[in-house]
Ligand binder design. Structure first.
Ligand SMILES: Cc1ncc(COP(=O)(O)O)c(C=O)c1O
Length: 369
């Protein structure tokens, strides 16, 4: 593990890190709140599974998909989804436009006789603009529409949790919360789901839980602990992800979820998003310029011409902005998606940050621009 402390580290001259994995604090889990209830879409089968990938595999089982069936994915999609599905079902793509919307005709032209299911992604927390049209199109053809709410677990539309239009929807809670694992999977009707608990999954949850907790406990030293320490610790925990899937969500994760102040965290994300949007220089292009009621963003995605240079400059200031995503496994003919993948950078706006950190991010981006 690369561990070196500079004199500046020891004296505490470095700024605090922004971004990266969460940390778990005692103060966030003192009382049971059960605020998750209002974010899970109601009136359907609801299952607590370990991750977005566990949910996808549970759905492959639910719909009885095999290599003779086709599942349509958007051309802008992370490789984890492709790698999870490709060994089980034939994966094809429909094109996504530069603003992440879909041309409904192009979409329909990709539907083949073997198409059994379609994945629609609510990118970065924003409800997909063609959700209703695509749902209608799938319904008319007897194809299942799955809403991927991995980046939109806490977004609500007309007072209801996102994910109630399609035949199924799922989330990934660790993208939003200091939690070892967890995802809610909702389906139009209940079905007998066989989730497989295993020692390997329990080990994974314990490892990630321990690192989240240690990060929280050592927060007062965050200024002088090199960021590589926790990065590597989380990467080590991640190595245990190869447990048998689909697995149920860890008990400790459910325990934590019921206690988190989710409403306050959702408000803070929205507040940070609005503030950063106002402070960004005009040369930087946000992918979403409006934050409609109910949207709880994952981050603030921008398009930058020299994205990798910007990401590095921010990292030099201990600001960690991820790329969603460096595409892998998507055919090169989907040029728009590949172009997005070259320029996208997600600026952090999550609940850990207040106005001063948002100003620091904006200042660093302005310096670059
Ligand atoms: C859009 C999308 N869907 C699904 C997944 C899988 O979620 P998880 O990491 O919880 O398995 C991810 C992340 O890897 C994702 O970004």
């Amino acid at each position: 593990m690369g561990f070196s402390l500079s004199m500046a580290n020891l004296l505490g001259d470095d700024p605090l890190p922004i971004g990266g994995e969460f940390a778990l604090f005692d103060g966030d889990v003192r009382i049971v709140r059960n605020e998750q209830r209002k974010y899970v879409p109601k009136g359907r089968g609801a299952y607590w599974v370990a991750s977005g990938r566990d949910a996808l595999l549970a759905l492959v089982g639910r719909y009885g998909l095999s290599q003779s069936d086709e599942l349509l994915l958007p051309s802008y999609i992370c490789h984890e989804v492709i790698e999870t599905l490709a060994p089980r079902v034939r994966v094809s793509f429909y094109p996504v436009k530069a603003d992440l919307s879909v041309d409904i005709r192009s979409f329909e032209s990709r539907i083949a006789p073997a198409t059994r299911a379609v994945l629609l992604v609510h990118y970065f927390g924003f409800p997909h603009p063609q959700l209703q049209t695509m749902a209608r199109s799938c319904r008319d053809r007897g194809i299942a529409l799955v809403e991927d709410c991995v980046q939109a677990a806490f977004t609500r539309v007309n007072g209801r949790g996102l994910g109630s239009v399609g035949d199924a929807a799922f989330t990934s809670l660790r993208k939003f919360l200091p939690i070892p694992d967890g995802s809610w999977l909702v389906t139009r009707s209940r079905f007998p789901m066989r989730l497989q608990e295993s020692p390997a999954h329990r080990f994974y949850v314990e490892r990630r839980g321990a690192v989240l907790r240690i990060k929280g406990l050592s927060h007062q030293y965050a200024r002088c602990v090199p960021d590589s320490v926790f990065k590597e610790a989380f990467a080590l925990a991640e190595q245990a992800f190869g447990y048998r899937k689909p697995a149920p969500m860890g008990k400790v994760s459910l325990h934590l979820l019921r206690r988190f102040p989710l409403d306050a965290w959702a408000r803070q994300r929205r507040k940070n998003y609005r503030q950063l949007l106002l402070l960004l220089p005009s040369k930087v292009k946000p992918l979403f310029c409006q934050l409609h009621a109910g949207v709880v963003p994952l981050g603030l995605p921008i398009l930058a011409r020299h994205r990798d240079a910007l990401q590095q400059e921010l990292a030099d200031e201990r600001i960690y902005a991820p790329v969603h995503w460096r595409l892998r496994g998507v055919p090169k003919e989907y040029e728009v998606a590949w172009n997005l993948s070259e320029h996208e950078l997600t600026l952090p706006i999550d609940q850990r940050y207040r106005s001063s950190e948002i100003k620091r991010i904006a200042k660093a981006v302005r310096r670059y621009a």
